[in-house]
Design a binder for this molecule. Structure first.
Ligand code: FES
Length: 167
C-alpha cells in the first residue's frame, strides 16, 4: 500500500446531509403516527353516557309499572317491564333488516314499518319476516336506579325467563 494514499476514517462524523435526512425521516414518522392515531380515534365507537353507545340511567324501578313499555329515544331502546315485574331493555332495531320498531300500546306490540314484523312486549317475534327476537341490553342497578349499557347488544333467538332482570 502506498504511504501517502488517503484512508477513510473509521469513525467519521455523520455528515450534515445525513443528519438532515435522518431528522426529516423522524419528523415524517411522527406525523404518520399522529395521523394514524387520529384516524383510529375517529373510527373508534363513541361512548357517551346517556346516549346510544354509552350507559343510560333510566331511573328507579318503581317508575315503571308492570306490563309497561317506556321508550328511551336517545338510547335507541325500550324499557319493558313484564307483568311479573322483570325488566328487559329491548333494542328498537328490527332483526330483519334493521329498521326502527315502534311500540303500539293499544295492540301491546312492537311493529316494524318496513316489512310488517311484529314483536310482543318482551321482544319475541309475533309476525315475520323478522328471524328472531329483538336484541336486549344488559341492565344493572346503581344507587337504586336502573342503568342500561347500550354498547353491549345481546342477540337471542327468542325470549327465555332468565333474560328478565329483577330489582
Ligand atoms: S326491517 Fe323490520 S320487517 Fe324488515
Amino acid at each position: 500500500m502506498a504511504k501517502n494514499t488517503p484512508q477513510p476514517k473509521q469513525n467519521e462524523a455523520v455528515s450534515r446531509r445525513d443528519f438532515l435526512a435522518l431528522g426529516a425521516g423522524a419528523l415524517g414518522l411522527i406525523g404518520l403516527l399522529q395521523t394514524g392515531g387520529m384516524a383510529l380515534q375517529f373510527l373508534a365507537p363513541r361512548r357517551v353516557d346517556g346516549e346510544f353507545g354509552g350507559v343510560v340511567a333510566v331511573g328507579p324501578a318503581e317508575s315503571f309499572p308492570p306490563g309497561s313499555v317506556t321508550e328511551f329515544p336517545d338510547g335507541r331502546f325500550f324499557l319493558a317491564r313484564a307483568a311479573d315485574g322483570g325488566f328487559l331493555a329491548v333494542s328498537r332495531r328490527c332483526t330483519h333488516l334493521g329498521c326502527a320498531v315502534s311500540w303500539h300500546a293499544a295492540d301491546g306490540q312492537f311493529a316494524c314499518p318496513c316489512h310488517g314484523s311484529h314483536f310482543d312486549l318482551i321482544g319475541d317475534v309475533q309476525n315475520p319476516p323478522a328471524p328472531r327476537a329483538l336484541d336486549t341490553y344488559p341492565i344493572t342497578v346503581s344507587d337504586g336506579a336502573l342503568m342500561v349499557d347500550t354498547a353491549k347488544a345481546q342477540q337471542r333467538d327468542s325470549f327465555a325467563p332468565e333474560q328478565l332482570v329483577y330489582v
